[in-house]
Ligand binder design. Structure first.
Ligand code: DX5
Ligand code: ZN
Length: 216
């Protein structure tokens, strides 16, 4: 069981990304969460390769790249080349998930499956072995600063059970509406990695907030 924190750059100051990346470098953050949105899979567009490459140049921690795009298999190599260390694709966007996950691993990245709030963890029954981590969305993907969906807790417990039953070492990541009010309960429920955007970047002292979430 880990207690990782992954600040989400979606809520960072895009005019001062270096400043926010320096803060993350000095903080207790374990990963840097990068949200890629295509305006098709989700009703928003974020940033793409050029920005990711720039982030990579001054980031000192692994880039955890969350793809909210259709046909993610088309871009696996490109994201590796842009600097992704962890790459996750949505179950709902992947027709040949098994192949995509092995493609991601073949490129030397950790492979993740993402589930939307409406997708039950039972969908993972036949693909867990191919993944290094599962990302449970606790908001509908597309935007930062939304409210946490409480049914996520049950999904974490069920997923944890499945992982233990299969004797696998798969990390559970939770993304959306995470903050100081629910971090402890999420770690206790079995989450290994908490993504936090708004909670970190809208706080007075982001570095301190990262430490507080991690050590809560
Ligand atoms: C939402 C993104 C999240 C987002 C989380 O689609 O996947 O990573 O940045 O933001 P908060 O922590 O503000 O809910
Ligand atoms: Zn995300």
């Amino acid at each position: 069981m880990s207690r990782f924190v992954a600040p989400s750059l979606l809520s960072a100051d895009f005019l001062n990304l270096r400043h926010d990346l320096d803060m993350i470098a000095e903080s207790q953050a374990d990963l840097i969460h990068c949200d890629i949105m295509d305006g098709v899979f989700v009703p928003n567009i974020s940033f793409g390769m050029p920005v990711l490459r720039a982030i990579r140049r001054c980031a000192t921690k692994p880039l955890d790249v969350h793809l909210m795009i259709v046909q993610p298999e088309r871009y696996v190599r490109d994201f590796r080349e842009a600097g992704a260390d962890w790459l996750s694709v949505h179950y709902e966007a992947s027709i040949h998930l098994h192949r995509t996950l092995s493609q991601i691993r073949k490129e030397g990245m950790k492979a993740g499956i993402v589930l939307n709030p409406h997708s039950p963890v039972s969908l993972l029954e036949n693909s867990l072995e191919e993944a290094d981590f599962v990302l449970l969305m606790s908001v509908n993907p597309g935007f930062g600063g939304q409210s946490f969906i409480p049914s996520t807790f049950e999904k974490i417990s069920r997923l944890k059970e499945m992982i233990l039953q299969k004797n696998l070492k798969i990390l559970i990541e939770v993304d959306g509406g995470v903050g100081l009010d629910n971090a402890k309960a999420l770690y206790n429920a079995g989450a290994d990695i908490l993504v936090a955007g708004n909670a970190v970047f809208s706080s007075k002292n982001p570095k301190e907030t990262i430490a507080q979430i991690k050590n809560i």
